[in-house]
Design a protein around this ligand. Structure first.
Ligand code: BGC
Length: 764
């Protein structure tokens, strides 16, 4: 090493250790502050800090203010304006004995006032800059409304699309979900959770909530340790390593022990193994539910189990308040256990900067926005940009898309003009009337250059029991409004419009409530009312473009046959309609890729690309008996993970590895040429998968290890390089040791997970 290098190294080591020193000092200061405060608190005040309540009809405001002033509430969620939160903060810092500030939380999942596409759609962008924009913009908007913490990101791996909350996560793949989850945390929290424009992130739902049996919400989870460590736990870990200040604990049990009373999960894994230093929060009412899980005799035992296992904040649950005094008195819960929980709550408030300035995000009344929903507070441009990136083109026969802005276009379907549905579930403070529907977007795009004929064509469903279910929570403002006309009359109107048109666009799929918490389905098909509409439209012989809206993979075998083009638009947010029009008319060239497998039918579930190798795999082209398959329909997915078309055409060639062997500690390079062979500039995602061919246990047939999104001009080619080292080959073996095993590895590159080129090397 030359002198200059040595000097550089010394300087960098010195600045590194200076940074570590400052960090250690800051931590010391925080701990001293919290310890000092703890000493001044009464037992009742401590218990009060552990209580997180929902602002809603359950408790009238005067009572809330009284409770806060008495030190019996630590934080609230669901109050979403500065003027709502200010009196609550006043009650804490002006009227309570120790003046400990409140914090205010909210489910800011995919936007706050500007609603971005749902999380599953965001994942389909494979675009970390877009993800960062969503996190940052959401934090800026929510913090400007006096909010300090979000219950996000949701990083539950979802491989069973019957589960309604599939829409809320980033798909089926461990690597992709981990990267996005970490990025979301960084973008919510920015440089520091204390910044006035930051939200503290609370990653959820710890753990394994996406694996509920049968895809039925709140059901049990039973999973082998290797699958847990290898596939389901890494995204939570990635979010924590990215600095998430909070962890929301899941409602499900994990191998028989509810997460809420799971000492192994919250203490051994989360705190000891992973070194988590933040606050844990139960999910809604989860402590009380321990009785129904059958692990606690009564509320008293439930509170005891939860605090001992490591639940700090109790969300909308009165058991800590009721039971902890008695449990402390009898010694069943120790002072130390109480203090540990309170310490984390105070620590989180410290990290959010609230002890420095409790009004950090609430600001002063004179600067409150006159209209919280003012147009000027929205970030429409960013929302449109991100929404365009999240759309996935599934089919495009005879290049029917992009459409020309001319002639007559029939726009039909129950989701064509559905402002609430545009926003998707968990739409935070989004306002339906501010969202651009497909109808709005199309009209604006064509202006007076083309004629648009609109007809609803069908209700989302004709099953009134389902409508009642979807409207149950919101009966004052029904989400699903039923058009009372007979189904045949609605179809007839749509067919009439189609007959007059050059092309038919049908916006079909699910209403947003169908892909939501507590909205599990037994079928993945488009509801019958809409399928009848599609068939009738097909019969007109006009070119048919389906604009799908849904929050989970749907079984689209029939639609694939009937439609000329299919654009998967998920629930694409405030600017969805404009983004969809941009893609339909070619003002934007689609580049989204599925972050979750689309099965052919519900019977194939679970279906995910990175399944383990098996002894009798189905071999395409050689069906025969006694191989792993369902005999009634073709095997494999309808649309694989990583799949999505573009108006450009891309080709891969010259895939090579720099070496045929890899030493532990070394590196090798995979390179491939990607060429845009079309006349249009466009973006695609080059995906790198690796398979451990022979190991001490069966390993997945492939696993995503890296990807690059590239923009290529018409005719342009680029060499894409991926570096591979031992870390990309590690896995958890049956002893749960994380290590790479020597032997053969297959490296695969592709523009989706199935159509891949393959090369191998040996790890020495
Ligand atoms: C959900 C959480 C959410 C909480 C607060 C619960 O029902 O499971 O994801 O953060 O409500 O709204």
């Amino acid at each position: 090493m030359n002198k200059l290098c040595l000097l550089g190294l010394l300087v960098s080591l010195a600045s590194h250790s200076a940074f570590a020193d400052t960090q250690a000092d800051a931590l010391k200061q925080k701990n001293a502050f919290v310890s000092d405060l703890l000493k001044q608190m009464t037992e009742a005040e401590k218990i009060g800090q552990l209580r997180l309540i929902s602002i809603g009809p359950e408790m009238p405001q005067p009572q809330i203010l009284k409770e806060i002033a008495a030190g019996r509430i630590g934080g609230t969620f669901n109050s979403i304006t500065r003027s709502e939160n200010r009196p609550l903060q006043d009650a804490a810092v002006k009227n309570s004995r120790l003046k400990i500030p409140m914090f205010f939380a909210y489910d800011v999942i995919h936007g706050h006032r500007t609603i971005f596409p749902i999380s599953l759609a965001l994942a389909s962008s494979w675009d970390m800059d877009a993800i960062a924009t969503v996190g940052r913009t959401s934090a800026i908007e929510a913090s400007a409304d006096g909010i300090d913490m979000t219950f996000a990101p949701m990083v539950d791996i979802a491989r069973d699309p019957r589960w309604g909350r599939t829409s809320e996560g980033f798909g089926e793949d461990t690597y992709l979900v981990s990267r996005i989850g970490a990025q979301m945390v960084k973008s919510f929290q920015d440089q520091s959770a204390a910044s006035p424009t930051s939200l503290m992130a609370s990653v959820k739902h710890f753990a394994l909530y996406g694996a509920v049996e049968g895809g039925r919400d709140y059901n049990t989870v039973d999973m082998s340790p290797t699958k847990m460590y290898q596939d389901y736990l890494p995204p939570y870990r990635a979010a924590i390593d990215a600095g998430a200040g909070g962890v929301m604990v899941a409602l499900n049990s994990v191998n028989g022990i509810p997460a809420t009373s799971n000492t192994w999960l919250m203490q051994d894994l989360l705190r000891k193994d992973w070194g988590f230093k933040g606050v844990t929060v139960s999910d809604h009412g989860a402590i009380t539910e321990l009785v129904r899980h059958g692990v606690a005799r009564d509320g008293r035992e439930a509170a005891k189990l939860a605090i001992k296992a490591g639940i700090d904040l109790s969300m909308n649950d009165s058991l800590y308040g009721q039971e902890l005094p008695g449990l402390l008195k009898s010694g069943e819960v120790s002072q130390q256990e109480l203090d540990n929980a309170v310490r984390e709550v105070l620590g989180a408030k410290y990290d959010m900067g609230l002890f420095d300035n409790p009004y950090r995000r609430i600001g002063v009344a004179s600067e409150d926005p006159a209209d919280t929903n003012a147009e000027s507070r929205l970030h429409r441009e960013a929302a449109r940009d991100v929404a365009r990136k999240s759309l996935v083109l599934l089919e495009n026969r005879n290049q029917i898309l992009p459409l020309k802005k001319q002639g007559t276009i029939a726009l039909v379907g129950p989701l064509a003009d559905a402002p609430i549905d545009m926003m998707g579930s968990w739409a935070a403070a989004g306002v339906p009337r501010q969202s651009v529907t497909v109808h709005d977007g199309l009209r604006k795009a064509v202006g007076d250059r083309a004629r648009i004929l609109y007809a609803k064509g069908a209700n989302v469903t004709d099953d009134l029991k389902i409508v009642d279910y979807l409207n149950f929570l919101n009966f004052n403002h029904p989400e699903v409004e039923v058009d009372p006309r007979p189904a045949a009359a609605m179809i007839e109107e749509a067919v009439k419009a189609a007959r007059q048109a050059d092309v038919v666009i049908a916006a079909v799929g699910e209403s947003r409530g169908m892909s939501h918490e507590s909205s599990s389905r037994t079928s993945l098909e488009i509801p019958a009312s809409q399928r009848a509409l599609i068939t009738a439209l097909k019969a007109t012989g006009k070119p048919l473009v389906l604009v799908l809206m849904n929050g989970r993979p749907l079984a689209l075998s029939r639609e694939r046959e009937e439609a000329d083009a299919i654009l998967e638009t998920w629930f694409s947010g405030t600017e969805g309609g404009n983004a969809i029009a941009d893609v339909l008319f070619g003002d934007y060239n689609p580049s989204g890729k599925l972050a979750i497998t689309f099965p052919r039918s519900v019977g194939q579930i679970p279906m995910y690309y990175n399944h383990l190798s098996i002894g009798r795999p189905y071999t395409p082209g050689k069906p025969g008996n006694y191989t792993s398959q369902y005999f009634e329909e073709p095997n494999g997915p309808l649309y694989p993970f990583g799949y999505g078309l573009s108006y450009s055409r891309f080709e891969l060639s010259g895939f090579a590895l720099s070496n045929k062997t890899l030493n532990k500690g070394g590196k090798l390079e995979a390179s491939v040429i990607v060429k845009n062979t079309s006349q249009r500039d466009g973006e695609t995602v080059v995906q790198l998968y690796i398979q451990d061919v022979t190991a001490s246990m069966s390993r997945p047939v492939k696993e995503l290890k890296n990807f690059q999104k590239v923009l290529l001009k018409a005719g342009e080619s680029k060499v894409i390089k991926f570096s591979i080292d031992e870390n990309d080959l590690k896995f958890y073996n049956t002893q749960l040791q994380y290590a790479a095993e020597p032997g053969e590895f297959s490296v695969q590159v592709g523009l989706d997970s199935q159509a891949v080129e393959q090369q191998s090397f040996e790890l020495l």
